[in-house]
Design a protein around this ligand. Structure first.
Ligand code: GAR
Length: 219
């Protein structure tokens, strides 16, 4: 089957983008990273993508002022020009309007650094520490007009340690993100993910039976 053409939208260093590029090098991976777009000309990830020979573009939101519609029209035009079939938001720090989101039903993914629906929005690691949760993590979900609220495709969890700071916790979560996003994109590109009543149902993949206790019981 032909590989799905994926466009990755970034705003910064692009480590999740790099993880997707790396995964897509496998000849059996069902998607290829065909375009990396940034809303910031100085996003570090652009150089990484160029070094990998991937087409890049900048749609600088600053140039559009408050005109979100024109900004999104420009993004959409780039995605269409490169015949993109699936969009991955990877640290893309602009809110998208329903106009753009509705053009990509079940074809636009986002990675969020928390176990949704907990800790939507920003500063997720600081808020997780403050709340005292014992398990934290990352979520890949389909994008819907409501922020961080679309159907969940996959999640990865880390245990919170006594001495964790936002930095140590972020460092463990990002490692999980780099495994989770390639996995979630693979499932979507293979057409294994169905949405029913707002939930993703995933066909033909093992789901572990074991529950994780944090902290683990000591004998
Ligand atoms: C990642 O942790 C991602 O989950 C988060 O930004 C970081 C981007 O890092 N995304 C959000 O907070 C979206 N609201 P990266 O540029 O190295 O992939």
């Amino acid at each position: 089957m032909a590989k799905k053409r994926v466009g990755v939208l970034i705003s910064g260093r692009g480590s999740n983008m790099a993880a997707l590029i790396e995964a897509a090098k496998d000849k059996n991976y069902p998607a290829e990273i065909a375009l990396v777009l940034s809303n910031r000309p100085d996003a570090g990830g652009l150089k990484t993508a160029q070094a990998e020979g991937i087409a890049t573009g900048v749609v600088d939101h600053g140039k559009f002022g408050k005109d979100r519609e024109a900004f999104e029209l420009a993004l959409q035009a780039e995605l269409e020009k490169h015949k993109i079939e699936i969009v991955c938001l990877a640290g893309f720090m602009r809110l998208l309007t329903p106009w753009l989101v509705s053009r990509w039903p079940e074809r636009m993914l986002n990675i969020h650094p928390a176990l949704l629906p907990a800790f939507k929005g920003l500063d997720t690691h600081a808020r997780a520490l403050e709340a005292g949760v014992k398990t934290h993590g990352a979520t890949v979900h389909f994008v819907t007009p409501e922020l961080d609220a679309g159907p969940i495709v996959a999640q990865g969890a880390v245990a919170v340690q006594n001495g964790d700071t936002t930095d140590t916790l972020a460092a463990r979560v990002i490692k999980i993100e780099h495994k989770l996003y390639p996995l979630a994109l693979k499932l979507v590109a293979e057409g294994r993910v169905r949405v029913a009543d707002g939930r993703c149902l995933i066909d033909g993949v093992p789901v572990p039976d074991a529950a994780q206790l944090v902290p683990t019981h000591l004998n």
